[in-house]
Ligand binder design. Structure first.
Ligand code: P1T
Length: 379
């Protein structure tokens, strides 16, 4: 079956009692048991919920994993992934990730004895050089938020296999429609379902998809034991969103290519980060790894004043954190999504005060470009 067919049908057989074609929202906390020790496989809704189970079956299929576990947010998914590790373990991380991921690692997980090294994962030799005897996981964001660097996933997948270290990939930016990291040797795929999977900016959630039976079993245990589960309503919203993932992703990408080209040619824009542009440093790699370049772009306006003038003057593009919804969102990473990254580190990475990030929506692209053009004139 093709991707679009699986997106619509996987995990979603018509409901047995009524034939409802969409899985119901099982809004219940518990399930009556027929007799002591005899039940229908459902005991308590932190442990099992049919709406959540349908989403998990769907995501496992789309990413090509053996199981998925869904959580209350992307951060809850990453937190639970880290609970696979123990005190003293070392993790190699893409040097540029979502600010919340960096904050979780540095300000929460390091307090429990985990250690993190941030390296340029576009270079497999940098990853190799960061190994210590305690290294237990490599954590990549592909492409990175917000600088759109593309890790050498193929080589890092081989390195993980050679060394027996788990490879986890945050695939939020591309979704399984454009990239399936398990095909390159990743063991775990993470999503903020809040973004493209849900696609309509009306839900918060997260997911971890496993390739290995031991990870799947442990994550199921941790999902129940730590309890950061997605709600049935949110699971249902994400399932509904996924039905149109393939058509949305095509349109996001088509629009993003036009917007990236427009920005490249604009005299007020100094540099555009979009893997679909031939001048992107990992463009060839992105072409090999991805079946599309996605809808996320960041670009350099040169200064905080220029970024502010642009952001204060957009009308259609919404000034907001988040991404992956049908509407175009625009933000200032240094003060918004990446404010928790220390300023020296932001400077070193290139998350400057003049950097603006845009999540290109699926509106008519002429309207998005006209809005950006009018706002850039105020810069
Ligand atoms: O917001 P939440 O659902 O908890 O997901 C966290 C998260 C995880 N991974 C990536 C790559 C992300 O971009 C995010 C959240 N990012 C934003 C809110 C943002 O505007 O970048």
């Amino acid at each position: 079956m093709g991707f679009a067919t699986k997106a619509i049908h996987a995990g979603q057989a018509p409901e047995a009692t009524t034939g409802a074609v969409t899985i119901p929202i099982y809004q219940t906390s518990t399930y009556v048991q027929e007799a002591l020790g005899r039940h229908k496989g459902y005991e308590y809704a932190r442990t099992q919920n049919p709406t959540r189970a349908a989403l998990e079956a769907n995501l496992a299929e789309l990413e090509g994993g053996i199981a998925a576990h869904c959580f209350a947010s992307g951060m809850a998914a990453i937190t639970t992934t880290m609970l696979l590790l123990g005190s003293g373990d070392h993790v190699i991380v893409s040097e540029n990730t979502y600010g919340g991921t960096y904050r979780l690692f540095e300000r929460v997980m390091s307090g429990f004895g985990l250690r993190f090294s941030y390296v340029d994962t576009t270079d497999v030799e940098a990853v190799r050089a960061a190994f210590t005897p305690e290294t237990r996981m490599i954590f990549l964001e592909v492409p990175t938020n917000p600088l759109m660097a593309v890790a050498d996933l193929e080589a890092i997948g081989r390195l993980a296999a050679e060394t027996g270290v788990r490879l986890a990939v945050d695939n939020t930016f591309l979704s399984p429609y454009f990239l399936r990291p398990l095909e390159y040797g990743a063991h775990l795929v993470i999503h903020s379902t809040t973004k493209y999977l849900n696609g309509h900016s009306d839900s918060i959630g997260g997911a971890v998809i496993s390739a290995r039976a031991d990870d799947a079993e442990r994550l199921g245990f941790l999902q129940n034991a730590a309890g950061a589960i997605i709600s049935p309503m949110d699971a249902w919203l994400v399932l509904r969103g996924i039905k149109t993932l393939s058509v949305r992703m095509e349109r996001h990408e088509k629009n993003a290519r036009c917007v990236a080209q427009f920005l490249t040619e604009h005299p007020k824009v100094r540099r555009v980060h979009y893997p679909g542009l031939p001048q992107h440093p990992q463009h060839e790699r992105a072409r090999d790894l991805f079946s599309g370049f996605g809808g996320m772009i960041s670009f350099e306006t040169g200064s905080l004043a220029a970024a502010r003038a642009l952001l204060d003057n957009v009308r259609l593009c919404a000034l907001a954190e988040s991404l992956g919804g049908v509407e175009t969102l625009i933000c200032h990473p240094a003060s918004m999504t990446h404010a928790s990254v220390p300023s020296e580190q932001r400077d070193r990475l290139g998350i400057t005060d003049g950097l603006v990030r845009i999540s290109v929506g699926i509106e008519d692209v002429e309207d998005i470009i006209a809005d950006l053009d009018a706002a850039l004139q105020k810069v």
